[in-house]
Design a binder for this molecule. Structure first.
Ligand code: MRU
Length: 352
């Protein structure tokens, strides 16, 4: 039986991009229409849309929006192509860590470079490619979900960190895709969701979407995970990824590394669930992954209210890197990759 999720995070409609505004979830579940390339850049940077695969699709849509704007400038085809590629390169810089963003913008650049059409034709090809990437994202997530469900024990409690769900993708989710596919086979499984300070994606978004889909979820604060592991209450961990190096080192939301260490200590399998588009084979290890530094206010304030003394130091990296030794498997659309990751990742890419 296939699990039907009610959530579609982002989609191309006529000549604009429609997305769930994730800055207001769970207080509101509302959609915003993005009609300009620069607005898409800001929507990604300010996390109206977030999650590696979702910002990839947003970037691809953003390139179409830029193309529509440039069409009005009466440029020659050559000028149009040169300016559009510049804009697509700029879109890649809207956030630095999730490689799906660069991957999807590059897919659009490839369309522009390979097109034999006039300006109107290029825009149409970019739209169609954006829609194709959207549809593929859901299909890929379902495959990830189905492969992952095979390693979920009966009646398992699955711990997850941040939100790697339908709202971090076009729909269905990666880590929560595994949960959805497992739940369709065994409705006695449940999720423990880490709160995920500072932006609380676990509390705000993961619990929201699981509750919406009727999957049992318990919210815990970030510091509680080892306690529940020590009590035998967690059977496995599944998280998403923003960028995976060729050796399997994985960047994901800050705090993931701590969860992985705790899981190792308690002999609990720690899995990454991610599409191959999250794997950056151009880098050898996690040391090369750029880590986003976000605003200090995310740490000093909750809901607009300062929670700490004035005049103190703040550091706010958005991601950390979990070393490959702590990862039991990387669940992809091509199956579950196991150590040695250098080998299994290369082998998975050879099957694309
Ligand atoms: O800063 P965010 O909310 O974009 O970070 C999201 C994550 O770290 C997710 O776990 C990751 O992108 C995987 S989403 C399927």
């Amino acid at each position: 039986m296939e699990f039907k999720s009610k959530i579609k995070t982002i989609e191309w409609v006529d000549d604009y991009s429609k997305m769930v505004d994730q800055t207001v979830v769970p207080y509101e579940y509302k959609f915003v229409n993005i009609t300009k390339g620069d607005d898409m850049f800001l929507a990604i940077r300010n996390m109206i849309v977030r999650g590696a695969p979702a910002i990839g699709i947003a970037g691809a849509h953003g390139v179409v929006l830029y193309a529509q704007e440039l069409e009005k400038e009466n440029l020659s085809r050559e000028e149009f192509v040169a300016k559009l590629i510049e804009k697509a390169e700029y879109m890649k810089t809207s956030r630095p860590t999730a490689v799906n963003l660069m991957w999807a913008c590059q897919k659009q650049i490839d369309v522009i470079k390979n097109s034999k059409s006039d300006i109107k034709g290029i825009i149409e090809e970019l739209k169609q490619n954006g829609i194709k990437l959207e549809n593929e994202d859901i299909e890929i997530n379902k495959k990830i979900g189905d492969y992952g469900a095979e390693v979920v024990p009966k009646g398992a409690t699955i711990l997850t960190h941040c939100n790697a769900g339908a709202l971090a993708t076009v729909g269905y989710g990666t880590a929560l895709g595994v949960v959805r596919s497992a739940y369709a086979k065994d409705n006695t499984i449940q999720v423990f969701a880490d709160e995920t300070r500072p932006r609380q994606q676990g509390a705000r978004i993961t619990t929201f979407e699981l509750a919406m889909d009727g999957i049992p979820v318990t919210l815990i604060t970030d510091g509680m995970c080892s306690y529940f592991m020590s009590k035998g209450m967690i059977d496995m961990v599944v998280v998403g990824a923003d960028r995976i190096a060729a050796n399997g080192d994985t960047a994901n939301k800050i705090g993931t590394y701590t969860v992985a260490i705790a899981a190792k200590y308690h002999n609990i399998p720690f899995y990454i669930a991610a599409p191959l588009s999250t794997i950056d084979t151009s880098i050898q290890s996690g040391n090369e992954i750029p880590i986003e530094e976000r605003s200090h206010e995310e740490v000093t304030h909750i809901n607009g209210k300062r929670i700490c003394a004035e005049g103190i130091n703040i550091i706010n990296p958005g991601f950390d890197v979990t070393p490959h030794e702590l990862i039991a498997g990387i669940i992809t659309e091509k199956g579950i990759l196991r150590p040695d990751y250098n080998k299994s990742i290369a082998e998975a890419f050879s099957r694309i």
